[in-house]
Ligand binder design. Sequence first.
Ligand SMILES: [Zn+2]
Length: 682
Amino acid sequence: MKKLHLFIAVLFVINLIGCNEQNKKDIVVDNFKYQTEQFADLAILRYQVPGFNELTVKQKELVYYLYQAALSGRDMIYDQNYKYNLTVRKTLEAIVNSYSGERSGNDWDNFMVYTKRVWFSNGIHHHYSNKKFFPEISKEFFSSLIDNSDSKLLPLTNGGSVSNFSKRITKIIFDPKVAPEMVTFDSNVDVIKNSAVNFYEGVTQKEVENYYKKIIDKKDPHPISYGLNSKMMKVNGKIVEKPWKVGGMYSQAIEKIVFWLEKAAGVAENDLQKNTILKLAEYYKTGDLKVFDEYNKLWVKDTESRVDAVNGFIEVYNDPLGYRGYYESVVSIKDMDATKRIKAIGDNAQWFEDNSPIADRYKKKEVKGISAKVITVVVESGGTSPSTPIGINLPNAPWIRKEFGSKSVNLGNIVYSYNKAGSKESLKEFAYSLEEVDLAIKYGALTSDLKTDMHEVIGHASGQLAPGVAPPKQTLKNYASIIEEARADLVALYYLPDKKLIEMGVSPTEEAYKAGYISYIKNGLMLQLRRIKPGENVEEAHMRNRQMVSKWVYEKGKDENIIERITKDGKTYFVINDYQKLRTLFGKLLNEMQRISSEGDFKAAKYLVETYGVLVDKDLHKEVLERYSKLDLAPYSGFINPVLTPVMVGDKITDVKIEYPVDFTKQMLDYAKDYSFLPNKN
Ligand SMILES: [Zn+2]
C-alpha cells in the first residue's frame, strides 16, 4: 500500500534524525564498502545481512529456496514495464558479453552507463520519472557494437537478419517518439494508449473503464483485486484478460517460482508458514485471485516465523488505472536485536506515560505500546530491485487490512546501508566541531534507532483526549497530522537522555543521546531545507513538524543561548550549548502539544505551525542548497544483492553460504545467465 522510497532527497533526514537503522554492533564487517559506483543520477550500494549466520540450517535452506523463487521471476518485471525490454536487455548483454572491439574510451563507457541504467530501471524508462532515457552514443557506434558482437547471442527474431534486427532495435532505443513514457497519468490523454507499460494492448482507456464498470460489484464487501495478475488485450475484437500463471502468460518463469516455493514449504518453520507458502504456489498455478486473498489472510497471520517473503504481483503504481500489479519479491529475516529493543520499550510504556511531562489529566491510565517490526533483507527482485523501498505495508486489499490486519515493516539493513553510504561527506560539511562528528559516528545510528522506536512505540501511543473532545482530525483539521507527528517526536526527544534507557539496557552511555539532539536540531533548522526549491516554503507535514519543534526550542532558548547560531568562514552552524536545558524545553513543548491535541485547540495549533513550521529563511536556504550541491551525491540509489550458495552433501543442503559481491555489472550478467526464463516476446 504505502511504498516508502528513499531517495537522496530524504536520505540525510533519515541519516540525521533517524529511522530504523541496524544496531551497529551486529554488523559483521566493519570496513564494509557500502557504495561501489556512481553513474548518471544513480549510486550503487551494498547491504549486509546480520543475523543470517545465526539461522538454523533448516531456516537457511528455507531462505535459499525463497531466494531462488524471488530471482526466478525477475524477467517478468522487464516484460511488464515494456514489451521490448527483454529484447533490449538481451541485446545489451550480448554486446557486453561478446563485443570484440575496443572496450574502453568515451563511447564504450557511455554504452556501459546506458546498459547499467537499463538494468537499474528494469527497462528503458527511468525507474522514478517513468520517462524514456537514451544512450549518449551515436546510432552508428551502437550499430558497430552489434556488428562486432556474437550474433548467436542476439535476440534475433526467427530467420531475421542482423541488419534488420539492428535497425529495429536502434529505433526502439533511440527514437524519442517510440514509447516516450512508461506510465502517464495525464488526464488530457488516453492514459492506456499513451503508457508504454505492457499491461494493455489494443484497448482504449474507455474500454478498460467500461469493462470494469460492468464486472465490478461495488457492493461486494470482499472484492477480489480485479486485473491484478493479467494483461488485458483485444483478441478478434473481444477484450480478454491473459492471466500470469502456470500455463498462462509468463508460465516459464512462474513454473520456476512454484518449483522453489514448494521446496520452501517442505522446510517451513511451522504449519502456518507452510500453508501460506503452499497457498501462494496454488495461486500461481491457478491464477485465481480468490486464492490470492486466501494467501494474504494467511500471510498476515504469520507473525511468529523468523523468515518471511513477499512474492507476487503486488503494487499497481505502474498501471495508469491502478489494476495490474508488477512482479516483486523481498525475502527477509526478522531483526531480533531491533525486535528486543522495541519490545523493551513497549514493555515499559506505562512507566514512560506516568513520568511524562504532560498534564496528569491527559495521561492514559493504561497505555499499550504499539508493535513495530524491523526486518533484515536477504534478497530483492523484480520491482523492488535494484531500487528498493525502505518500508513495506501489505497486503493492499482494504477489506483484508480491515478485517485481518496488515504487516508493516522497516527494511532495517537497507536503511542502514543508505546512511552509511551517504553520511560521511555531509556529516563533515555540516558539523561545527570534531566532537560533533565523533558523537555522530559513535552514537548516530543507535540514537536514531532509539528515537524512531520511541516515536512509533510510545510516542503515538501516549496521551488521551479530554472528556467530550472530538479526535484531532476533526478539531485540528489540516494541522492534526503535524501536531501528532510533533507530539510523537517530542516524546522520543524528551526520553532520549533518560537514565531509564540505560537501566533497560537499550542505551549504552549517558552522552549517547547528544548525537540524537545534534542531528535533530541541525536537520530541523537547516539541512531539510535542501529538499525544497528556492522561493518555496515548507509544505510537507513531517518537515513542518521538524522545523516547528527545532525553531521553537531555538527561539525559546535564545536568551540563555541554549542553541547558538554561529557563522564560521561564511558557513552557518547551529551548536547546542546546554543539553539539559534543551531537554527541558522539549518537555515543555510536549506538554503544550499534548494540551492542544487533548483539548482540540485549533487556534494554538495554527499559531505554532504557521509561526515556526512554515516560513523559510531565504539566505540560509540558499546556503544549504549550495553546500549540498558541492557534495556531488547521486539522487537515487539501488542495491547489489548478496549471493547465497548452498553447501551440499549428496543432495542434502548442510549449510548456506552468504557472500556480498561488489560488481553490479557482474551480478546483472549472472542473473541474466541463471534466470532468463522468458522468451523475447510474451
Ligand atoms: Zn509518526
